[in-house]
Write a protein that binds this ligand. Structure first.
Ligand SMILES: [Zn+2]
Length: 290
């Protein structure tokens, strides 16, 4: 390893080996061993023989424990701690980074930084070594995290991508009427019928071609975030529905309207069904968050 001396000229230094005495973490039975430094070292053995207990549970845990002693208590809680290993002594231990094998693929919020926990250390560095402009209060490590409310971007909530929808995708054929499923992104079957019935109850004509509806109406149907809950008469045209209301006909049921964009975004974010998610995803355009 090449290191800089106090006078700035590089010198070659030989690192002492790492010596482990009396390791008893998990299933290890008083193991003593010497691990050379600056070399690739492999622990092999049958399943359950203690490879991970030695590498992660003992060597890495001890390295991390020593490092954390130099860290303020409030900052320690930001780091996943490996705990104190059951071992008599370890000498020659350098600072260590552990990359565990990944079971599962992380999630949408995972980054190289979060999976390796390096982002925790960088956040801490920013919060403690940062220079703040006049009038800027002290920032905490959490303020630099894309996974906390105070740290995340308010546009993308820390995901780094924003999703948009547009009319051409949701209504690919504007010559169709709403009853003929002009809004392709709407759910199929009963929920689609319900949204159509609710629109009729709200006074929209679902039997004229989409392109002949006033722009104000088209925009409301696609983009509103309002969710009116109204009594409806099932499967009627606008004029039949008005006549039914006038005649005092008992409504079939009450239904909630959800705008087409809101339906796509809510379903994409919340559905447990992979096929529903795939279906609405085709109406979304993803872009890097500005
Ligand atoms: Zn963002």
């Amino acid at each position: 390893m090449v290191e800089s001396s106090a006078f700035g000229s590089p010198k070659l230094s030989v690192q002492p080996d790492v010596r482990v005495l009396g390791a008893r973490e998990h299933n290890l039975q008083d193991v003593n061993l010497t691990v050379p430094r600056d070399a690739t070292v492999v622990f092999t053995g049958v399943s359950g023989s203690g490879k991970s207990s030695l590498a992660f549970g003992t060597l890495y845990a001890e390295s991390q424990r020593r490092y954390l002693e130099s860290v303020a208590p409030y900052a320690r809680r930001l780091i996943d701690q490996a705990g104190v290993p059951d071992v008599d002594s370890i000498t020659g231990m350098p600072p260590a980074v552990a990359l565990q094998q990944q079971r599962g693929a992380g999630n949408a919020r995972s980054t190289v930084g979060s999976i390796t926990t390096l982002s925790s250390l960088i956040r801490m560095l920013y919060s403690r070594a940062g220079d703040y402009p006049d009038g800027q209060p002290m920032l905490y490590a959490e303020d630099f995290s894309a996974n906390t409310v105070q740290g995340a971007c308010s546009e993308c909530h820390g995901i780094g991508r924003v999703y948009t929808v547009n009319e051409q995708q949701m209504v690919p054929d504007p010559s169709l009427t709403i009853r003929e499923r002009a809004i392709a992104s709407w759910p199929t079957a009963w929920h689609g019928h319900q949204l159509r019935d609710v629109l009729v109850a709200l006074g929209y004509d679902v039997d004229v071609p989409w392109r002949d509806l006033p722009k104000e109406d088209r925009d409301w149907i696609l983009y509103t975030d309002e969710t009116p809950f109204v009594p409806v008469h099932s499967r009627l045209t606008l004029s039949e529905s008005r006549a039914a209301i006038k005649a005092g006909v008992e409504p079939s049921y009450s239904g909630t309207f959800v705008g087409a964009r809101r339906y796509i975004l809510d379903t994409f974010a919340n559905t447990k069904s992979a096929s529903m998610k795939r279906r609405v995803a085709q109406f979304l355009t993803a872009a890097i968050c500005p």
